[in-house]
Design a protein around this ligand. Structure first.
Ligand code: HEC
Ligand code: HEC
Length: 484
């Protein structure tokens, strides 16, 4: 079946969202048709003797020169016009703001909870980089959230909803406590190099309303870095769709599924659950902080009907400011800020060992999923992110990554093992920004080598290719990743 037809059929099968009336429908016919002409520009290179033109600017004209210091991932797009800087600054204030529970004396900041995982966006996305994981059991995870998914019924847990909230306001109790323990497994490669994998186990205790349903899948997710989000928002859906091969027709062992939704192609979040940046930000306000907004209208956030005290807690909606705790303009400004965080430039693209590492990355088959480049759509509404040659190294599709990375049900059965290929740009800045190196959807990997060795399923062959490299080439590949 032609991908486009398959996709139209699939989109008809989509299960509507609870608040479907507030979600704008995606007009697929209007999706960019200029694409074919750009194919030549975006075909992966096979010349590794020198850097490619513009490769040093992974975010196109948005890329920032600021490549050191702890705020290096918090820079505005370099091409953001002066008159838009004020919106960026306002959005930054909202992103950094600590929300409080209603009713409060600071009316315009209330509405947090009753259940929440954090008080501010910045608590999880540290300096716009990744979330941090606790260093000891005394600390509850903040930048790592536990989603609950009843896969068969396409909903959350009947009692605890879509996510376990570890904090609560007023007389509402937090839903649970989480401890994470890691089982270490040391792998020895042919040349004697040893790499330790850390397999996580999640211990959920102090549940406020009895057990989690046996069939609910426990899906831990670390907060991802937020650079280049506006550019990802502007990749034409058809460019992502063109890479999907759900039945593996070309028999390369790699399928790649698109997440099709009524409002567009899912591309944000570790499972591509959100199709647009605004949708993702609206869900963050609601599920992570319990703040209602035009997309999610109940003041009680993620409390289910089983959680009566939580449903009855006071809300923070102020009729003079709008019908929700977060009005549309606050949502838009926060999304604007998130959409204009610049990707740092890459000064060392011509370095011979980085070029060797790049070659190894391509030849090992990493680019089958980590697609190097795109040209974003032309967009009159989003000028800075419009028509840019960008280098995210992702196909934004879902891949079966094998049992090691699979979610598990509460009962212990294997659950969903599909993850969206994450963009790799800026990955070399991880440690400098958050003081911690944590990779993959749940932050289990403490080094890039560990992250690669956790690849399985569709990525098994690429991983084997990586393991078979000699030590120098393997280190060059890591150096290439760190230069992104
Ligand atoms: C409690 C922690 C937490 C808070 C608070 C939080 N986030 Fe997130 N954020 C996450 C996690 C976890 C994900 C991945 C979600 C998934 O896999 O579905 C995420 C994903 C995202 C993404 C998509 C990133 C990508 O690579 O696709 C964006 C954008 C985002 N958050 C923005 C925000 C904004 C803006 C706020 C504040 C309104 C916010 N987040 C608050 C934890 C948090
Ligand atoms: C079949 C598709 C596929 C192939 C091939 C593949 N990857 Fe990945 N990669 C993924 C997915 C999906 C994830 C996210 C998995 C998760 O979060 O659990 C990922 C995650 C990563 C990460 C961690 C990113 C982060 O932000 O945490 C790195 C680094 C990485 N891949 C490098 C590589 C390298 C190097 C190769 C080649 C040896 C490779 N990948 C091959 C799909 C692939």
């Amino acid at each position: 079946m032609k991908p486009f037809l398959a996709f139209t059929l699939l989109s008809l099968m989509f299960v509507p969202h609870a608040n479907a009336q507030s979600i704008p429908k995606y007009d697929w016919a209007k999706d960019d048709v200029e694409r074919a002409k750009l194919l030549r520009v975006t075909t992966p290179t096979d010349d590794f003797t020198k850097a490619e033109p513009f490769e040093a600017n992974p975010g196109g004209a948005t890329s920032t020169d600021k490549i050191d210091g702890r705020e290096r991932l918090s820079q505005p797009s370099a091409n953001l016009p002066v008159e838009k800087r004020m919106d960026f600054t306002l959005g930054e204030t909202l992103f950094d703001k600590f929300w409080v529970a209603a009713p409060s004396s600071t009316k315009a900041s209330d509405g947090l909870g009753p259940l929440f995982n954090a008080r501010a966006c910045q608590s999880c996305h540290i300096r716009n980089g990744r979330g941090r994981l606790p260093e000891s059991d005394a600390e509850q995870p903040v930048g790592l959230t536990i989603k609950l998914i009843d896969a068969a019924r396409q909903m959350g847990d009947p009692t605890y909803g879509n996510q376990l909230q570890l904090f609560a306001s007023g007389n509402v109790k937090p839903e649970a406590k989480i401890a994470i323990s890691y089982r270490a497994e040391t792998i020895e490669l042919d040349d004697g190099e040893q790499i330790t994998l850390h397999h996580p186990e999640y211990i959920i205790s102090d549940l406020s309303h009895g057990p989690i349903a046996e069939q609910s899948e426990i899906s831990p997710r670390i907060a991802p870095p937020l650079i280049g989000m506006g550019l990802i928002d502007q990749i034409a859906a058809n460019d992502i769709l063109a890479q999907a091969d759900p039945d593996d027709k070309n028999q390369d062992g790699i399928s790649g599924k698109a997440k099709l939704k009524s409002n567009g192609l899912g591309r944000f979040g570790h499972r591509a659950d959100a199709a647009t940046l605004v949708e993702q930000v609206a869900s963050a306000f609601f599920v992570d902080m319990g703040l209602s907004n035009p997309w999610h209208q109940q003041d009680w956030g993620d409390c289910t009907s089983a959680q009566t005290i939580c449903r009855e807690a006071p809300g923070g909606t102020q009729p003079n400011l709008g019908a929700h705790e977060i009005p549309q303009n606050v949502l838009d400004l926060t999304a604007f800020y998130t959409g204009n965080l610049a990707v740092p430039k890459r000064p060392a693209t011509e370095d011979p060992s980085i070029l060797k590492g790049k070659q190894a990355f391509y030849e090992a088959g990493c680019v089958s999923c980590h697609t190097p480049k795109y040209v974003t759509k032309r967009s009159a509404l989003d000028d800075s992110n419009s028509f840019q040659l960008i280098w995210p190294y992702s196909d934004f599709l879902l891949h079966d990554m094998g049992d090691m990375l699979a979610d598990r049900t509460q009962k212990g059965d294997l659950g969903n093992s599909e993850w969206r290929t994450p963009p790799l740009w800026g990955i070399g800045h991880t440690k400098a920004v958050a003081d911690q190196e944590r990779y993959l959807h749940d932050g289990r990997a403490r080094s890039l080598k560990e992250a690669i060795l956790f690849h399985g399923g569709e990525a098994e062959t690429a991983k084997q290719n990586f393991m078979a490299l000699n030590r120098t080439t393997r280190d060059n590949l890591i150096q290439f990743l760190k230069s992104l």
